[in-house]
Design a protein around this ligand. Structure first.
Ligand SMILES: Nc1nc2c(c(=O)[nH]1)N[C@H]1C(S)=C(S)[C@@H](COP(=O)(O)OP(=O)(O)OC[C@H]3O[C@@H](n4cnc5c(=O)[nH]c(N)nc54)[C@H](O)[C@@H]3O)O[C@H]1N2
Ligand SMILES: Nc1nc2c(c(=O)[nH]1)N[C@H]1C(S)=C(S)[C@@H](COP(=O)(O)OP(=O)(O)OC[C@H]3O[C@@H](n4cnc5c(=O)[nH]c(N)nc54)[C@H](O)[C@@H]3O)O[C@H]1N2
Ligand SMILES: [Mo]
Length: 758
């Protein structure tokens, strides 16, 4: 702890304030903070100026952490359900009673149904300890919103191409970029402080920005070129850009020759993708597609082709991510200045990896995966099926850790059915969110300001670092840290060896000891900072973690699995007549559902509104601010929600920021505020590679005063239907010579750590 004497602060409040460095969890960017205390009272949170990422800055959410700490609606002690599931009636319980109940439920289900009867839902850094526990109980069916409903397809597309994911935080070298391409990626609404800052600096420096987005996003408002693309057609746009680069020699020949395989097959696969072909599909002018390609080609390799983050869009998502990755390679931007950083093999210890005493499983039981490239858990829809239907291996117990299943997983109506049918529902959270209504036992966790946590390791940065999360205040209520909870359960379930330390503090001290330091030493600054090697250099051998050891423009792994080895454009179903496509995104003031009860943040952004194109609105006499209900293709209605009438959105979509519309009576500010995008997501499109659920395949119509608003056909608004695909798809050539494939060497390189959360 360090003393901060505030100059001129003689008002008593600030006269002697101590500051403890830690890491926030208001979102998963995990900026460095200083918890400012007066006596034992936390009086404020500031950005940690020494933190390599945020360098003292914080966004609204970071600053509002104290409002989570002092939220009167917080979970303050263990609760046991007394009413029916869904009723939301609980009684206070002691920790021993609550833990006994959870352990008994786990034990009984293990005995009656084996480990395949249990599913768990982990999200966030501290989920690690529960993963260790579950692993030791033999339970391996888990599903994370951070994979199947977020970055799964993106990570997979990049791993298939470069052998590694683009990382979280994303490794974009804005500092040196001359051109930036965003497809989606609504940076500015999607707020990750240092990322936004780097982005703003780059465009202030004159980097040319191309934003492909059907909506005039904050980023689009800063762009040289805004391309309001027809939703779901990004692959066609990207193929046309690649064809243009190849045809005009605007790609990085040296990088491609030396480091890539499958260039000829790529060239063949994009041969048909003329600007005119792509223009008809994407509803963009052909000359703008050419302009985008020329900007990127001229700037190569100093081009940030943003990999995106939320990538569960339309069910063609791994392939779209592959197209982004391949474009990055064509421009020679991987591991190059102004492109994408490499992870740094820095000597700061393998902190996270060797924490777990993992056992390996011979058998892979549970619901069938069917998706060859899902490398984190199971697709949610599989878990749901095994929980709802009478199968040979039914799931009977859900353990929910730090995830709001009813708002982050599609088909929430089926989720409710499952939550009612299961034998047991247990939950660890900090707030009584909607799933709590169905939980038999709720274990209240200490919030991030009150606990230690798995140290956060970021290797793929210019200044790689380990940041310590440590308590900046005593726990205010009868809450516990995740290690303690997991260990108590482990003891009751006779697997206490899996978590061998007495406390979380000791566990972290042991980790640091392995890295050649101690917790007491690190806790003063809260940081270990290394020196990165983010670019390729002559002394750094280039071997990609792919089977061929090269960048795989053509993926033989995809081909072997019967999937497209190169991205191919396939149309997605258009909106049915009278409906508009529902597109989701972020409010800059909120993180998902988790901040919807925060006093300060709800004062700044109390309720979401639905963006509707001005011509559509005019055609049905709808004016700005009028409240409507949204009804989806399956008759599900949400709202009322105010309309934001704007020319800044294509006529064929509506945009609804995510996180609102919770049915959570115990959350006084969040309850029934705004409209839930997720409730309308009764349909999803499955990504064949990963099983991720594309969410933007739902459609809505607007209902005002009980009347459905019928607008004219989309042609009236200048939107021509997408041309029918008449030609048979040309088969891809098989191109990788056998001798180049070294599958056995694929695994190891820089000891990249698994990512927790998104
Ligand atoms: N404030 C805030 N910031 C956050 C978060 C938060 O909760 N709050 N969450 C963080 C997390 S975990 C994630 S994953 C990210 C998510 O944020 P992003 O990764 O930026 O999400 P995207 O879906 O790429 O971007 C949304 C944009 O995609 C556009 N879009 C919709 N359909 C299409 C299409 O077919 N093609 C194209 N090119 N664009 C389309 C929408 O109009 C919208 O502007 O945000 C992160 N940052
Ligand atoms: N419809 C729809 N679905 C989506 C998205 C969308 O935009 N629309 N976005 C997707 C994306 S990109 C992501 S990353 C996921 C996010 O999905 P989730 O992780 O489910 O995100 P939240 O809604 O913030 O729910 C987090 C839960 O964790 C609790 N929590 C907060 N802090 C702590 C803590 O310290 N400990 C514990 N134990 N619990 C805590 C919160 O109270 C809340 O109940 O959702 C995905 N699903
Ligand atoms: Mo995410």
């Amino acid at each position: 702890m360090r003393e901060l004497r505030q100059s001129g602060a003689g008002d008593g409040l600030h006269s002697s304030v101590s500051a403890i460095p830690s890491v926030r969890e208001m979102c998963f960017w995990r900026c460095g903070i200083l918890g400012k205390r007066k006596g034992s009272h936390l009086v404020g949170i500031e950005g940690n100026p020494d933190h390599p990422m945020n360098q003292g800055r914080l966004c609204a959410r970071g600053l509002a952490g104290t409002r989570l700490l002092y939220d009167p609606d917080r979970l303050k002690h263990p609760l046991v359900r007394v009413g029916q599931r869904g009723e939301g009636r609980w009684r206070q319980a002691s920790w021993p009673e609550a833990l006994d109940r959870v352990a008994e439920g786990l034990d009984k289900t293990l005995q009656d149904y084996s480990a395949s009867g249990i599913a768990y839902f982990p999200h966030g850094a501290s989920a690690r300890y529960f993963k260790v526990l579950m692993n030791h109980l033999g339970i391996n069916i888990y599903s994370s919103a951070s994979f199947g409903q977020c970055r799964g397809p993106r990570d997979t597309g990049y791993k298939l191409t470069f052998g590694t994911s683009p990382g979280a935080p994303e490794r974009t070298d804005y500092e040196h970029a001359d051109a930036i391409l965003l497809t989606g990626s609504h940076i500015g609404e999607n707020v990750h402080t240092s990322h936004v800052r780097g982005f703003i600096r780059a465009i202030s420096r004159g980097a040319e920005l191309i934003v492909v987005d059907p909506r005039y996003s904050v980023a689009a408002s800063k762009a040289h070129l805004w391309l309001p693309i027809r939703p779901g057609t990004d692959i066609a746009f990207l193929l046309a850009v690649m064809r243009y680069l190849i045809e005009h020699g605007l790609y990085d020949c040296e990088f491609v020759d030396n480091h890539c395989v499958g260039f000829d097959a790529l060239k063949q696969a994009v041969a048909h993708a003329t600007p005119q072909w792509a223009a008809a599909i994407t509803d963009l002018p052909p000359d703008k597609i050419v302009e985008a390609a020329s900007i990127l080609g001229r700037a190569r390799p100093r081009t940030v082709i943003h990999p995106g983050r939320f990538s569960a869009w339309y069910g063609n998502d791994t392939q779209r991510s592959r197209a982004l990755a391949i474009l990055t390679a064509l421009l020679g931007a991987w591991g190059r200045k102004g492109g994408v950083f490499l992870p740094s093999p820095v000597d700061i210890g393998k902190l996270c990896c060797d924490l777990d005493n993992h056992q390996d499983f011979e058998e892979d039981f549970g619901p069938p995966r069917r998706h060859p490239f899902i490398d984190e858990g199971y697709p949610y829809q599989g878990v749901l099926r095994a929980s709802l239907e009478d199968t040979d291996n039914p799931i009977k117990l859900w353990f929910i850790y730090g995830t709001n299943l009813l708002h982050s997983m599609p088909s929430p109506q089926r989720t409710v059915e499952a939550l009612k049918k299961l034998d047991y529902v247990f939950m660890v959270d900090v707030l009584p969110t909607e799933p709590a209504l169905y939980a038999d036992v709720i274990l209240p966790e200490a919030i991030y300001l009150e606990r230690y946590d798995v140290p956060i390791t970021v290797r793929h940065a210019k200044r790689p670092f380990v940041a310590l999360r440590q308590p900046v205040t005593e726990a205010l209520h009868d809450v516990r840290d995740p290690y303690w909870i997991a260990k108590q359960l482990a003891q009751r379930l006779r697997v206490q060896d899996c978590l061998q330390c007495d406390s979380l503090e000791q566990a972290i001290d042991r980790q640091f000891e392995k890295a050649g330091t101690r917790l007491a030493k690190v806790s003063r600054s809260g940081l270990i900072v290394g020196t990165g090697k983010p670019y390729f250099s002559p002394d750094r051998p280039i071997r990609f973690r792919t089977p061929s050891g090269k960048v795989e423009l053509y993926s033989h792994r995809l081909a072997a699995a019967g999937l497209d080895p190169l991205p191919r454009y396939k149309p997605i179903p258009p909106p049915p007549e009278g409906f508009l496509r529902l597109v989701n995104g972020r409010s800059p003031y909120h993180t998902f559902t988790r901040t919807m009860n925060n006093q300060w943040l709800t004062e700044m952004d109390p309720v979401n509104s639905v963006w509707v194109n001005d011509q559509i609105a005019a055609s049905v006499n709808l004016s700005n601010g009028v409240e409507v209900m949204l009804e989806n293709q399956d008759g599900v209605r949400v709202g009322p929600v105010p309309v934001k009438v704007t020319p800044g959105i294509r006529p064929d979509i509506v945009f609804l920021p995510h996180g609102w519309g919770q049915n959570a009576p115990a959350l006084s500010r969040a309850h029934h505020k705004g409209a839930s995008d997720n409730r309308l997501m009764t349909a999803f499109a499955e990504d064949p590679e990963t099983g991720a659920t594309g969410l933007r395949v739902n459609f809505v119509r607007l209902v005002h005063n009980g009347r459905i608003l019928n607008f004219p056909g989309l042609e009236t608004f200048g939107i021509a239907p997408e041309p029918e695909m008449v030609a048979e798809p040309v088969p891809f050539a098989t191109v990788i010579p056998e001798e180049e494939i070294h599958e056995e060497e694929w695994e190891e390189d820089w000891g990249e750590i698994p990512e927790e959360g998104c």
